[in-house]
Design a protein around this ligand. Structure first.
Ligand code: 9Z3
Length: 311
């Protein structure tokens, strides 16, 4: 398969074989429980410019979409395999960056038999206890697993391994590809070994196109699964056409179309024969509702219909 060879062209991350095993066991265990499993990809991939990399090309993605969606999928009863960019938003933790709890938490007495006591004003960390509980419930139930990537190469290898892990689940597996994957990269064979010198003057780099992994994913890696890709644009006048175009080329089930600036309040769910706009009102924002709850709710129903059709 040409695309498989493409993955092999990228350096494999350390521990890839072990992660492949762990992911396969996770999917098999949850599948045996009759649970649906979703792979959520999240955050941006980083592309090195040098073989011993000092510099990288990166992108804007914060991973918030993926992290919030993972929470919503867990709440809906899915097993969640969370393939995310290291140090990007993490489910249940992303609303509480260190700056919030460093000042809010304080030791509330000496540790007793190895147990640390901490306290906080009730209002200083709104939602913190609920988030901890939800995370710990998922951890205890074994329904959540996180795997990290940093570079494009890491991502491609781990995506392939995740697809192999989920493929045996057939139509009950979902792929929710929210990561912002680089479109361009410098092949290892064309990278300078050492740090590019600024004394060399203007920098010109030629980058190759990254192969679109959606193609082998849909055709070969997990052909029975329910597959959702995301389409991001900055020009609202082209985004729906671009989404339709992707559906036509890759023949998967759904594209979630979004615009950079409005991505947290508006998305369009595009399928072969429908377009559904999901909007978040000011009032909903005020209540702390997030658009991912609506996206996941919508997709869950579509997934149910998809599973019925396949049987
Ligand atoms: C998305 O469109 C995601 O919704 C965002 C979420 C990355 C915009 P954040 O991480 O943002 O919450 O800050 N993801 C896919 C973006 C993308 O690059 N898609 C490719 C494309 O549009 C197709 S795979 O060509």
């Amino acid at each position: 398969m040409a695309e498989m060879e493409m993955v092999a062209e990228f350096p494999s991350p350390a521990g890839a074989a072990r992660w492949a095993e762990v992911m396969a066991r996770f999917a098999a265990r949850l599948g045996a429980q009759g649970r649906r499993v979703v792979l959520v990809t999240s955050g941006g991939t980083k592309v090195p410019l040098e073989a011993r990399p000092v510099r990288f090309l990166d992108n804007f993605s914060s991973g918030r979409r993926g992290a919030t969606s993972a929470e919503a999928f867990l709440a809906a009863g899915y097993g969640v395999l969370f393939l995310y960019r290291a140090r990007s938003s993490f489910p249940f933790a992303h609303r509480f960056p260190p700056q919030t709890w460093l000042s809010a938490l304080r030791p509330s007495g000496p540790a007793h038999s190895g147990l640390l006591s901490l306290e906080a004003e009730e209002n200083a960390l709104p939602g913190f206890t609920a988030a901890l509980r939800s995370y710990q419930e998922a951890a205890a139930a074994g329904t959540f697993m996180a795997v990290e990537f940093t570079t494009l190469a890491d991502y491609l290898h781990l995506l392939h391994a995740a697809a192999q892990a989920l493929n045996p689940l057939g139509s009950t597996a979902m792929f929710y590809l929210a990561a912002a994957v680089s479109d361009f990269y410098v092949p290892v064979s064309e990278m300078p070994e050492h740090k590019i010198q600024s004394s060399g003057g203007l920098l010109q780099i030629t980058m190759k196109m990254v192969p679109k992994m959606l193609s082998p994913l849909v055709k070969d890696w997990a052909p029975k699964a329910f597959i959702i890709s995301f389409k991001l644009e900055t020009d609202p006048s082209i985004v729906i056409n671009r989404a339709r175009n992707a559906l036509e080329i890759y023949q998967h089930q759904v594209v979630v179309a979004n615009i950079l600036e409005s991505r947290q309040s508006c998305v369009v769910i595009v399928t072969k024969d429908s377009e559904t706009k999901l909007l978040l009102s000011e009032e909903e924002v005020g209540k702390g509702i997030e658009i991912e709850e609506k996206i996941v709710d919508n997709l869950q129903s579509r997934h149910t219909a998809f599973i019925c059709e396949q049987n």
